[in-house]
Design a protein around this ligand. Structure first.
Ligand SMILES: Cc1ncc(COP(=O)(O)O)c(C=O)c1O
Length: 231
């Protein structure tokens, strides 16, 4: 079996225990949750993952970018353990608690924004995206949202509408939320370049009735001439 300093394979991949659990998964886990890497995790340490057959891999996925400090960082483990021994949940809007306020304060201190800044915390990326749009709509009184081609924003209705890729995420799941407009994202390597992407954005704004010269966006969606794009 191949062995390097970090990666250690002691069985074929997937190993017998992973294969057995994946077969059980087929019977009881809903179909859309398909698997990218057919090994079943047993434990992680830093940048490595060891599967239930004892194979160790370098984890280049990191929970799709969520694990900035890697797996089982001792300070994270002890913070989770300390809090779990105090209480797990109250719903902050019913009974608030200090660590929520402290996290907002610490993020505020890190954020390079000079204006007064406030935070809200949600359960998932999709819920955060949905609420960011709600906050923006409440503040600007403008309903329309611009999303970029190629973007992934989550699986709830508005987040899914904002998500660009139809397969596998959106096919057959409409109708989607209204007032979502899509423009290309600049990509100097594959195109379009920044100039072309900005021109497409300007065209979309003009079609929707914005006065780009004066930098004034006409927000009322019913005044828009462009058709919203939901897919
Ligand atoms: C950029 C981005 N936005 C939103 C989401 C949705 O997050 P969640 O799966 O926690 O709802 C993801 C998830 O991968 C994401 O990568």
């Amino acid at each position: 079996m191949a062995t390097t300093k970090t990666i250690e394979l002691v069985t074929a991949v997937p190993g017998p225990r992973s294969a057995e659990i994946l077969a059980r998964k087929e019977q009881v886990v809903a179909e859309p949750l398909s698997i990218y890497v057919p090994v079943v995790a047993a434990e992680g340490r830093g940048a490595t993952l060891t599967d239930v057959d004892g194979n160790t891999f370098i984890d280049f996925i990191g929970g799709v970018g969520c694990l900035a400090v890697g797996h089982a960082h001792p300070r994270v483990v002890s913070a989770i353990s300390e809090q779990a021994q105090l209480f797990a949940h109250t719903d902050f809007t019913v009974v608030p608690y200090e660590v929520y306020v402290e996290l907002a304060e610490r993020l505020y201190a890190l954020t390079p924004i000079t204006a007064p800044t406030k935070a809200a915390f949600f359960n998932s990326g999709a819920e955060a995206v949905e609420n960011a749009v709600k906050f923006a709509r409440a503040y600007t009184k403008r309903p329309a949202v611009i999303a970029f081609e190629g973007g992934f924003h989550g699986r709830t209705l508005l987040a899914l509408t904002l998500t660009s890729k139809t397969h596998p995420y959106k096919a057959g799941l409409g109708p989607f939320a209204p007032e979502v407009y899509r423009v290309p994202f600049a990509d100097d390597y594959r195109g379009p370049d920044a100039g072309a992407a900005l021109a497409a954005l300007e065209r979309a704004l003009v079609e929707a009735g914005a006065d780009v010269e004066r930098g004034v966006a006409v927000s009322a969606a019913h005044e828009a001439h462009a058709e919203p794009v939901a897919a």
